[in-house]
Design a protein around this ligand. Structure first.
Ligand SMILES: [Zn+2]
Ligand SMILES: [Zn+2]
Length: 111
């Protein structure tokens, strides 16, 4: 499918094994896509199993990283969030710990 002299990464596509979406393998930022921009599921390179988004982390430089857990081997993987990722889903994942605190939120008022 690739033409000679053209980088393969710009021609290849990423096919989501969860929702079936076909997206470019390279995100608008130029970084390789590690997960589906719609449902945020990914594929674990080591075992080919599906990865499930569980958390969002922010790096020192402000870059958002999506933390995924592999459904096959239970390992955690982190990949950069792309500008065309599903923002509503990202926010839902980011606020999840706040919605399910392991301690009563009333205690915060006493700090
Ligand atoms: Zn998907
Ligand atoms: Zn795995």
């Amino acid at each position: 499918m690739s033409h000679s002299g053209t980088p393969i990464s710009h021609l290849s596509t990423f096919s989501c094994i969860r929702c079936g979406l076909t997206a470019s393998a390279v995100a608008p930022s130029g970084l390789p896509r590690t997960h589906c921009p719609t449902c945020l599921a990914g594929r674990h390179g080591r075992c080919e199993a599906r990865t499930h988004p569980i958390a969002v982390a922010v790096q020192r430089d402000g870059t958002w990283m999506l933390i995924q857990r592999c459904t096959g081997c239970d390992r955690l993987e982190a990949g950069p969030v792309a500008s065309d990722d599903n923002q509503l889903l990202l926010i839902r994942i980011a606020v999840k710990p706040l919605a399910q605190p392991p301690f009563p939120l009333e205690h915060l008022a006493q700090l």
